[in-house]
Design a protein around this ligand. Structure first.
Ligand SMILES: Nc1ncnc2c1ncn2[C@@H]1O[C@H](COP(=O)(O)OP(=O)(O)OP(=O)(O)O)[C@@H](O)[C@H]1O
Ligand SMILES: [Mg+2]
Length: 347
């Protein structure tokens, strides 16, 4: 991938705390009822997002990343889903308390999202231009069609579409996957959102298209000062893009810290295992490390730590009580009994 692995945002974390966060999530808990029982998809998820940040949410499949992201726009289908508790505020608006009309305003003009399958996110029966004009005018009906058209073309240019007039006349099936994702991005940005959420935005794209889209996201973040929540499995993407990282497992945040802390000095045994299982170009190994076992069934979570059955550091306490998210020596926060023991010892 041609995206630089140097992290451009190291300075961003030093600015943390100067302004109030643009988004705050506090104790978000989302469950699904299913035949197998209550699926605890997101439990007690809390984080803030600053304007200067690209926050990556990483974790294995089924760890609750998308449910968390969808909740930020109140997009979880209820039922079977249920917002059990928690608050989400973005730019002063409370998302979970919003009614249908308020949500229409929040979605698009405060938070926008791009998805894994960009083609599916577009309307197949409308041209690219019609979709952009419709989105822009839905959020502000006072904008005349001519102006909306102008804005649509400008937004397409901003997301790297070299010939916007030509592409705008096409239907989604007439453009490539990479172009669909650029149009998805243009739709997401058309109403000047305060926060952009990208859920696995490049996993279905070829490597070179992936790199181009990531570079576009990075440029938009820097030039337009849009904070981004980026959900990905790919640690290469995390390394290239993130200023801060949340590691999720079994619906809970297991570790949270700056990109430097989490990538270069991971504290939670799960984060260490995840990073160890990423292939490295500078190391020759006979066999890639694989985290043993499988994530737990979220409808039948064990008592105690949810990583206990796969953890190399498991001890008696891990099977008895759930660990809390605690500050570690590296400065990151980790949900692990190892750090409770360390904190007690230092008292
Ligand atoms: N509509 C639903 N009904 C029941 N369970 C659901 C529903 N949507 C999600 N879940 C469950 O919630 C849990 C978290 O799902 P989520 O989609 O957030 O995972 P993820 O971390 O995004 O995984 P992936 O990396 O595969 O996208 C999973 O166990 C999933 O099966
Ligand atoms: Mg997902």
């Amino acid at each position: 991938m041609s995206v630089t692995s140097q992290n451009l945002y190291a300075a961003g974390s030093a600015n943390k705390g100067r302004r109030p966060p643009v988004m705050s999530v506090s104790q978000l808990t989302v469950h699904f009822s299913s035949a197998a029982g209550v699926v605890k998809a997101a439990e007690d998820v809390s984080f803030d997002l600053d304007e200067s940040e690209v926050l990556a949410i990483v974790g294995e499949s089924g760890s609750g990343k998308s449910v968390t992201a969808l909740s930020l726009l109140k997009l979880v289908q209820t039922p079977p889903g249920e917002y059990v508790s928690g608050t989400i505020t973005v730019d002063g608006s409370s998302v979970l308390d919003a009614d249908h009309k308020e949500l229409e305003q929040i979605r698009g003009s405060k938070i926008s999202m791009i998805f894994q399958n960009p083609r599916a996110a577009l309307n197949p029966s409308l041209t690219v231009l019609s979709q952009l004009i419709e989105t822009i005018r839905r959020h502000d009906p006072r904008i005349a069609v001519v102006q909306a058209r102008q804005k649509a073309l400008e937004t397409m240019r901003a997301v790297g579409v070299a010939e916007p007039e030509r592409v705008a006349a096409n239907y989604p099936h007439q453009i490539s996957g990479g172009m669909c994702q650029r149009i998805g991005l243009a739709l997401a940005l058309a109403c000047n959102p305060k926060v952009l959420i990208a859920d696995e935005p490049t996993t279905q794209l070829d490597a070179h298209v992936q790199a181009k889209i990531l570079l576009t996201l990075k440029r938009l973040h820097i030039e337009h000062r849009i904070p981004i929540i980026l959900i990905t499995h790919d640690f290469g993407v995390v390394r290239a893009m993130a200023s801060r990282i949340i590691v999720m497992y079994a619906g809970k945040i297991q570790e949270e810290g700056s990109a430097d802390q989490v990538l270069n000095n991971p504290q939670h045994p799960y984060t260490r295992a995840l990073i160890a299982s990423v292939p490295r170009l500078d190391e020759q190994v006979d066999r890639l490390y694989q985290i043993p076992g499988q994530p737990p069934n979220l409808a039948k979570l064990p008592t105690g730590c949810s990583f206990q059955d796969r953890c190399p550091n498991v001890h008696d306490k891990c099977r008895l009580s759930q660990p809390r998210l605690l500050k570690t020596q590296s400065g990151s926060y980790a949900r692990c009994h190892l750090f409770e023991a360390a904190q007690e010892a230092s008292r």
